[in-house]
Design a protein. Structure first.
Ligand code: FAD
Length: 319
């Protein structure tokens, strides 16, 4: 038993960066062939998957229609896993991965590790590191089953560069009929912003003191070509969409630049943004925990600092 099966969910028909990262991780860890189940993948997507590390791409469903259906996706993944016997099955840690992984692991008798921030091969044994105790600690686990389904957070490794010379196999498989009938899908308007793929994020917290605070952040994000995110508090208070939540129970983001505005820096929040390349904090409290993780910080009222920063950036020559 060797090799890996990666389950990739397209987002609006496109391959998400986190899916490409999983391919690289599978190549690094599997020691065998890397198979991909990619519901709805079209020809271009299949070519990209192979150029980025896939050996076999299992194309399921109708190209362009890849809406997640737990019943049929898990059934299809189970059938593939029984045929391929992979030692490792990987999915991105998001709502799809969190739904799929434990159910698939149970059906197959595999171990299950969700929300991993690192996966290492130590002398032939895979070790999975994940936050525990509400993000206040990390645990590293290995499984005596040897066989594991894992969901991995974005940014755990770099995607492989495109190798157009790579060749691979394409196999069409059918998604199983589902007992679930989807009556309607409604996209949260905040979901239009792809926080997971953003290079720059300006995130607001309770310190914005109300929903109108986000109107101050938006021009800064727009000036930097970024998107606006949030800590959990403003989402729970209804100041902004839940789709904007970053953290342990929100999205995992890996931007080049993360500007945390009025965010204290709780471990639950940093679980989602701690892998950002550069964190900048704007906070009235010089003792706020966020300054421990920030490379640059401004102690001050965001209502004054953010407009001044936006105006100053606008005067800089474009790069
Ligand atoms: C199981 C669990 C899961 C969780 N998951 C998440 C998660 O996914 N994401 C998440 O974010 N949280 C999560 N939380 C909540 C988390 O523990 C914190 O409560 C939350 O992150 C705090 O949000 P905050 O920093 O916006 O608010 P606060 O901690 O209240 O911080 C507000 C900050 O704003 C500053 N401030 C106030 N006024 C201004 C001003 N005018 N200008 C500048 N700064 C100002 C204050 O000094 C303070 O530092 C979770 C909690 C639990 C228990």
């Amino acid at each position: 038993m060797s090799g890996a099966l990666v389950i990739v969910e397209l987002v609006s028909g496109k391959l998400p960066q986190a899916g490409l990262e999983l391919l690289a991780l599978a190549r690094l860890l599997s020691g065998g062939s890397v198979s991909v189940m990619a519901p709805g993948a079209d020809e271009v997507t299949v070519r990209t998957l192979i150029a980025r590390g896939a050996d076999i791409v299992y194309v399921t469903g109708v190209a362009g229609t890849n809406d997640y259906n737990s019943d049929s996706w898990i059934g299809c993944a189970e059938r593939l896993a029984r045929e391929l016997n992979p030692a490792l099955i990987l999915a991105v840690h998001n709502s799809t991965g969190a739904d799929l992984a434990p159910r698939l692991a149970f059906r197959l008798g595999y171990g299950c590790a969700t929300g991993c921030v690192a996966v290492e091969n130590r002398d032939g044994v895979l070790h999975f590191t994940r936050p525990c105790y509400g993000g206040n600690a990390r645990e590293t686990v290995s499984f005596n089953t040897g066989l594991v389904v894992a969901t991995v957070r974005a940014g755990v490794c770099d995607a492989l560069p495109v190798d157009a010379a790579r060749s691979g196999e394409v196999v069409a498989v059918e998604l199983l009929p589902s007992r679930v009938r989807v009556i309607e899908r409604k996209r949260d308007s905040g979901g239009a912003q792809r926080l997971e793929d953003a290079k720059v994020i300006v995130a607001g917290g309770r310190g914005l003191n109300g929903p109108e605070g986000f109107n101050v952040l938006e021009p800064l994000a727009a000036t930097l070509g970024g998107v606006v995110g949030a800590s959990r508090v403003p989402c729970d208070l209804g100041w902004c969409s839940h789709a904007m939540q970053i953290g342990l129970t929100g999205k995992t983001v890996t931007p080049e630049l993360y500007i945390a505005v009025g965010i204290s820096g709780a471990s639950h929040h940093l679980a989602g943004c701690g892998n950002a390349k550069t964190i900048v904090a704007i906070n009235t409290d010089a003792e706020a925990a966020i300054f421990r993780d920030a490379k640059f910080g401004v102690v001050g009222d965001y209502a004054k600092v953010v407009p001044a920063l936006t105006a100053a950036i606008k005067t800089l020559p474009a790069v």
